[in-house]
Design a protein. Structure first.
Length: 305
């Protein structure tokens, strides 16, 4: 019988909202471990550009599924689900409460509800979409995805062509929106999930995003991106913060424009993240500064359960 007296605190929200600091404060309070659910913090080679926790933060609280993959690894939501559930099952043998933290909606959805195995799409469908992408550019396939599946369009990093093409090939082959096929048969997990959406007033969030990008540049993001430039074809590097600097290195834009685009694309991504999580009605929204309210909410669920 499922043991619902084990609790997984899910800290979700847009980039730069303050999820990391909150997760560490909660982990200290409950003496809990943290499981990473940020789709780019798995990669050991990426640090500044993915806002990975500092060494001090990593040493303060035990973190899992961070720095556990290389950029050459193919690692998606399905892989994460299997790794995370295996890990959580083991950790719950000695912990009553764990924390998972991240802004990747698809990965959190896979962890909480499972992810469906889709039938294999003929390679011709993907090849045709890749040809369209190469000939007409990312804006065209973005518009295709918006037409076929506006829900999924508003939930992902829309500047990631691999993810767009993966969704489009399913849409085209099945004739159904990709989002409608995700987690159709939800799995009953062996824990109680306490789902927190962390948010701030929009102007404050956007200001934090802009400041974070400036801090990243001051901390050496340009040098980190130069080291990664040779790997720009890999899926892990098709990420906001790196892609724009790669365009700068290739002379397509100047440095000032690259920084402005990083800020703009990060703000756009934050907006899509919020759209995703706000559509999940079982997330309780908090400002990250409302620590006492968050603790009271968690404790009330534990007491009721």
């Amino acid at each position: 019988m499922p043991n619902k007296l084990k609790y997984l605190i899910v800290i979700a929200g847009p980039t730069a909202v303050g999820k990391t600091d909150l997760s560490i404060s909660l982990a200290k309070h409950y003496k809990a471990d943290i499981i990473n659910a940020d789709s780019r913090q798995f990669y050991k080679e990426l640090n500044i550009g993915v806002a990975k926790p500092s060494l001090d933060q990593l040493n303060t609280v035990k973190h899992h599924l961070i720095n556990n993959k290389t950029i050459n690894d193919l690692y998606g939501a399905g892989h994460f689900e299997k790794d995370a559930i295996t890990l959580i099952t083991e950790l719950f043998k000695k912990h009553q409460l764990l924390i998972v933290c991240g802004g990747s909606g698809l990965y959190l959805n896979a962890l909480l509800y499972g992810i469906d195995d889709f039938e294999e799409v003929p390679i011709e469908v993907r090849n045709n979409l890749n040809t369209v992408f190469l000939e007409k550019g990312i804006l065209h396939i973005q518009e295709m995805l918006l037409k076929h599946d506006p829900i999924y369009y508003n939930s992902i990093d829309i500047n990631n062509p691999q993810r767009i093409i993966r969704a489009l090939e399913i849409c085209i082959y099945t004739g159904k929106p990709y989002s409608s096929l995700l987690s159709k048969n939800k799995i009953d997990r062996n824990f109680t999930a306490i789902k927190l959406l962390i948010n701030r007033e929009r102007t404050e969030l956007y200001s934090r995003i802009n400041d974070r990008v400036d801090t990243m540049m001051n901390n050496g993001l340009e040098l980190e991106a130069k080291k990664m430039f040779v790997f720009k074809h890999l899926n892990a590097l098709k990420t906001v913060g790196y892609k724009e600097l790669f365009d700068y290195f290739e002379g397509k834009i100047d440095k000032k424009e690259a920084i402005l685009k990083i800020k703009q694309h990060t703000r756009n991504y934050a907006k899509r993240q919020l759209t995703w999580f706000k559509n999940k009605t079982d997330f309780k929204e908090f400002n990250p500064n409302d620590f006492d309210k968050i603790i009271s909410y968690i404790n009330e669920i534990i007491k009721i359960s």
